[in-house]
Design a protein around this ligand. Structure first.
Ligand code: NDP
Length: 249
């Protein structure tokens, strides 16, 4: 059921987004990749094409509404429709509220919340006209549980879950489905966005844990959840997939 679907992916240059792009393309999707690091996007497009897949990319900052619109417009112009939007770009700065890092909070809210809204706003008219579409967003276990020194990150992920539930309610009668993918720890470059040195050091073992440790997932594990949601027939809406490393609280 995924074969031939046009899938726009934000945050496609590394981690979960890149692994998902590869897996979806291997299963016959046409993937349209967005992120800021062009070299990574170029390399990923080439890797997908070398395996016989179909990919396009456009440098995209999800905090800029016009850039997200342009990414979605590229998908529509190149492939004729947009079947799936995967809102996946995100950052995870950590710290206490008493640190008063206003600029960091603003940036995180812009990427993690406004980035998702920019994606939803860009695809809704297309999907409404198609009377068909699926919007998937990477949320987190941090959208269910508040962790120490993580109030703002958790806040963004709680907010995104509420937005996605609102989307589900508003659009379910228009043929548009929505899926929240909520992973626990995943070994990715997200650790580089933590900022605070002490917290980074404390989190590092989690982000570099071995596959068989049960302490961390790998991006390919999360990609499987995205594939599952897309691969369902139209009468099945996968509302949320919560996926933890086997030993995570
Ligand atoms: P990565 O750091 O590997 O990936 C983050 C992606 O987001 C990159 O492709 C990055 O690309 C992109 N990105 C960041 N800022 C922007 C921006 N302004 N505009 C466009 N793209 C941007 O980490 P993950 O793969 O782990 O993160 C993906 C998602 O998964 C995030 O939403 C994260 O919150 C969520 N998540 C991660 C968990 C984990 O433990 N790793 C657990 C639960 C959820 P570029 O820098 O090139 O723009």
């Amino acid at each position: 059921m995924i074969k031939g679907k046009v899938v726009v992916i934000t945050g496609a240059s590394s981690g979960i987004g890149a692994a998902t792009a590869k897996l979806l393309a291997q299963n016959g999707a046409k993937v349209v990749l967005g992120a800021r690091r062009e070299v990574r996007l170029q390399e990923l497009k080439q890797a997908i094409e070398a395996e016989g897949g179909v990919a396009a990319y456009q440098v995209t900052d999800v905090t800029e509404q016009s850039q997200v619109q342009s990414l979605v417009d590229l998908a529509k112009a190149k492939f004729g429709r947009v079947d799936v939007l995967y809102n996946n770009a995100g950052i995870m700065p950590q710290g206490n509220l008493s640190d008063r890092e206003y600029a960091v909070w603003q940036k995180m809210i812009n990427v993690n919340i406004m980035g998702v809204l920019n994606g939803i706003g860009a695809v809704l008219p297309i999907m409404q006209a198609q009377q068909d579409g699926l919007i998937i967003t990477t949320d987190s276990v941090a959208g269910h549980i508040v962790y120490p020194a993580s109030a703002v990150y958790n806040g963004t992920k709680y907010a995104v879950r509420a937005i996605m539930e609102g989307l589900r309610q508003e659009e379910k009668d228009h043929g548009i489905r929505s899926t929240i993918v909520s992973p626990g720890a995943v070994a990715t470059e997200l650790i580089n966005s933590v900022g605070n040195q002490t917290i980074t050091k404390n989190l590092e073992p989690l982000f570099h844990a071995a596959k068989d440790s049960g302490l961390t997932l790998y991006p390919e594990d999360v990609a499987q959840a995205v594939l599952y949601a897309i691969d369902q027939p139209k009468h099945v809406a996968v509302s949320e997939v919560l996926i933890r490393p086997s030993k995570q609280e």
